[in-house]
Ligand binder design. Structure first.
Ligand code: AMP
Ligand code: ZN
Length: 122
């Protein structure tokens, strides 16, 4: 999509603080973080919203979700189920449409974590 900011980031024509990429996905830091760790998991394919996904996207959506705990662990938002009980953790968020608070119409998964309290409480 010509006028899509996340397509431009995926293509490398707009800079980002990239932390991961593969043939399907790119992950970068949110420019306006709402938590100590705030990453965006973005498919290379332009899909406007979660509501535009079809059965064809089942594996892609699973891949996005399964990447979240790995990335969180690497970037200060890891979840630990330790001997002293659970610690750490992160929020995984998909905003859909105006009433869902979506601002960028290219599918993305927010992965937010780090020590509480956070500045933003999404
Ligand atoms: P949403 O409201 O779910 O559509 O979230 C869009 C997110 O994209 C917001 O948290 C923005 O801060 C973030 N964002 C917008 N432009 C950029 C950019 N150029 N680089 C990184 N994050 C961005
Ligand atoms: Zn796009």
């Amino acid at each position: 999509m010509d006028n899509c900011i996340f397509c431009k980031i995926a293509a490398g024509t707009i800079p980002s603080k990239k932390v991961y990429e593969d043939e399907d996905l790119i992950v970068f830091h949110d420019i306006n973080p709402a938590a100590p760790m705030h990453l965006l998991v973005v498919p290379r394919e332009h899909i406007s919203t979660l509501a535009d996904c079809t059965d064809r996207h089942q594996a892609l959506l699973g891949k996005m979700l399964l990447l979240a705990p790995k990335l969180a662990g690497e970037h200060g938002g890891g979840y630990i189920d330790g001997a002293d009980g659970p610690a750490g953790g992160f929020k995984s968020l998909l905003n859909t449409g105006p009433d869902g608070g979506q601002e960028v119409y290219h599918l993305h998964l927010h992965v937010m974590g780090g020590p509480r309290p956070w500045r933003g409480q999404r």
